[in-house]
Design a protein around this ligand. Structure first.
Ligand code: C2O
Ligand code: CU
Ligand code: CU
Length: 517
């Protein structure tokens, strides 16, 4: 099979950095990060002024012939107000950022028809979804722009199923309740596309979770955290990004460590504030940053930090709640937590801070307690049955090394020394068998596995870390670390990917094809 031309490696676009805001190569990463900091070219707003937006819930348009709930999404460019008084063009699912939130139920299949009215091809992936290969968002299964499909001649067509304008994604939703998310996954261009807005929540609920007395309604908040930098006109600054949006260049070599912004957005708003009752809240934390890791702490003046009581991980409920004074969340990860404001008098301000940040990225958002209110929620001692994934003696073992590398004289990121090759599987896996996978890193790599969740067995010579508990689909591998996981793939035979969720690493080829048989 022909070797694919890696755009990043071959530098086909050779675009000059266009954004006025680009400070060029930064001073290197802050501790706890792998990435380069971009600086905004305009004065940034004061923190904790903009109210927290909550993305609207997607409404089904009907039922498809198989009985699945049918949704339609139009991907389009829209101007949205992110910084007060300025317009930011986004690539949006239904023209909004974050995209609409899908509320789905275990056992109820969902079909989403995506229409691409953007100027660039897209691929939709449901992150955390137990999804057959043809709907998983294989990075070469492009949906070409509806208006101009002929203008795109994908030269890798034979390695993907290319659609003109529209594509239907089918989600069986045969999986435990969890916080999933959907985002663009186009080969070589995931970083700039997600950065410009292509991400949204997709929640799965089930009867087990419904039976728990957890906070709900207005007291259940999905929180999508990401960082961005802005050009002088209010548009998103990304290295090499063309202001006119006609082309979206991929990652440039200087930025291959990862792009870090200097503004923290929660649900698309800069350092927002949210008024809360003195009650328990359920926060579904999701980090959609291209590269940034956060250490989240809830600071209250004059009293100890408020703990996070974790009830769920990437792929659903834990067996029992777990209390953290701080939460470390890498790109792609989710933490489902309960925060208890009950004891706080009205007027108390609780600030979610990020001690891993520098300057303004040390702040995330604020909660302001405004009233006392009845609360019959609680966090039960037992949450759900979590089957421990125990690899049998003689279970297949595989090692994936995530390291800097090069192909010819072009730099990039590699897995086991190779760059992403859609035509060659790095692992052929038997469905239903539990395997042991070892991830080895040089710098930070949040490693994500498609199709099924896994469990962390050990981190270095210790057991799982405090943030590794439960069913995970993304695991934060820190510099020079070795992490072992147990994984079992079920039901769907086909071609999937394993990759680093630092999106610049992913676009610079830190992705591998796997095959389930
Ligand atoms: Cu969230 Cu393969 O991606
Ligand atoms: Cu995924
Ligand atoms: Cu990486």
């Amino acid at each position: 099979m022909t070797r694919l031309s890696r755009r990043g490696f071959l530098g086909l676009l050779g675009a000059a950095g266009a954004g006025a805001a680009l400070a060029g190569c930064g001073l290197g990463a802050a501790p706890g990060q792998t990435g380069e900091q971009l600086t905004s070219a305009l004065p940034l707003p004061e923190a904790f002024r903009v109210p927290l937006p909550v993305p609207p819930v997607a409404r089904p348009v009907g039922t498809d012939p198989t009985g699945a709930d049918l949704y339609r999404v139009t991907q389009r460019v829209a101007n949205v107000e992110i910084l007060p008084g300025l317009r930011t063009p986004v690539l949006g699912y239904d023209g909004i950022f974050p995209g609409p939130t899908f509320e789905t139920r275990r056992g109820r299949p969902v079909v989403v028809q995506h229409r691409n009215e953007l100027p660039v091809p897209t691929v939709v992936h449901l992150h955390g979804g137990h999804t057959p290969a043809e709907s998983d968002g294989w990075p070469l299964d492009l949906v070409l722009p509806a208006g101009n499909a002929a203008g795109w001649t994908p030269h890798h067509g034979m390695l993907g199923d290319v659609a003109a304008g529209e594509r239907e994604y089918r989600y069986p939703t045969d999986q435990r309740a969890a916080t999933l998310w959907y985002h663009d996954h186009r080969m070589d261009f995931t970083g700039p596309s997600v950065y410009r807005g292509l991400a949204g929540f997709h929640l799965v609920r089930d009867d087990i979770e419904d039976a728990l007395p957890l906070p709900r309604g207005e007291r259940e908040l999905p929180l999508m955290i990401c960082d961005r930098a802005f050009a002088a006109d209010g548009s998103f600054a990304y290295p090499g990004l063309d202001q006119g949006m006609r082309s979206l260049p991929g990652v440039e070599d200087d930025w291959m460590e990862g792009v870090l912004g200097d503004v923290v957005l929660v649900n698309g708003a800069p350092w927002p504030v949210h008024e809360v009752d003195a009650a328990r809240y359920r926060l579904r934390l999701l980090n959609t940053s291209n590269a940034r890791r956060y250490r989240l702490v809830l600071r209250v003046p004059g009293v100890p930090d408020l703990p996070f009581v974790q009830i769920g991980s990437d792929n659903g409920l834990l067996a029992a709640p777990l209390t953290h004074q701080a939460l470390e969340i890498a790109a792609g990860e989710r933490f489902d937590v309960i925060v208890d404001f009950t004891a706080l008098p009205a007027g108390t301000e609780v600030t979610m801070i990020n001690p891993l940040g520098t300057g303004r990225t040390q702040d995330v958002m604020r909660f302001r307690v405004v009233r006392t209110a009845p609360d019959d929620s609680r966090v039960p001692e037992r949450l759900a049955d979590v089957e421990p994934l125990v690899p049998p003696a003689g279970a297949p073992q595989r090692t994936f090394r995530f390291t800097r590398g090069s192909v010819g004289d072009h730099r990039g990121w590699t897995i086991n020394g190779g760059s992403f090759d859609p035509a060659r599987s790095l692992a052929d896996i038997t469905l239903g068998e539990t395997e042991v996978w070892r991830f080895v890193s040089d710098v930070h790599h949040p490693v994500h596995v498609h199709l099924d969740a896994f469990q962390v067995l050990r981190r270095g010579s210790e057991g799982p870390g405090p943030y590794d508990i439960g069913w995970k689909d993304t695991v934060d591998i820190r510099p020079a670390e070795v992490v072992d996981i147990a994984v079992r793939f079920e039901h769907y035979a086909g071609r999937f990917v394993v990759h680093c969720h630092n999106l610049e690493h992913e676009d610079m080829a830190m992705m591998a094809t796997i095959r389930t048989v």
